[in-house]
Unconditional design. Sequence first.
Length: 277
Amino acid sequence: MVTGAAQRRQGDRYVLEESDIEAFRRDGYVHLPGVMSEDEMQAIEDVYERFLRGEIAVAGKDFNDMTTGEHGTDPAGYAVVNVMLPRRYHPEWQGNIFERRAQSIAEQLCGEGMTIDFDQLLAKSPGRPDAVFHWHQDQAYWIDTDDRRTATCWLAVDDSTLENGCMQFLPGSHREPVRPHRPLHGDRSASHTLVTDLRPDDVMRPVEIRRGDITVHNEGVLHGSGGNTSRDSYRRAYIVALRSESTVAEERRRGFTHSHNDSGEVLDRVDGLRADS
């Protein structure tokens, strides 16, 4: 048995325990401690901050405020800075150590044939109680295929706490059909975000994690996060989402890249609530 986080990091791999795999299958998510060392985190953070400072150019809606959809304005006023597809805009990042470890984790959780579908940066500013991610299931955004295996690896660049807006999950909700979702602002062209409602008996489980830890969740588990009510603590996250090779190929065939610049016609063709099979 491999126990300590340092021992679980083995080059490009992070070794899972059987209990991790069981939790992922049972709950739809799992917390994995110490996936990245502090030295590795510093290298990630250096590039991350270049994106936030605007030193790496990002096109159109792929740099936006996730809460409102606002883009092309001063990001200092954004509640949640969202950078879609950073590996597209900074190709030197492709194949970094987090991507390689995420690949190994996805294969241990989901089996062979997994590949990176998209990546994303999400930074909640301090003192922004409006920096909320409304409840949703990722599958609502995506096409329905015969192979929906997904491992979305969510890396904490800062300690992620209830105060600054940590992830919250509804354990086991992936075993239910996808719930009805609606655009947050009534129109997908105005805001990419989809939302659903909690039921009276739903009990969300907050998952506080440390810098260098990750959570991994699948396509069906219901999740979201609260605002950042801290005075001076950012809540930065780096996401690498892996899906089955066949599903990613079908997404691309339909013109879907996860860019927020994808056209409305493309989104209509791949929306998980309306997709033709």
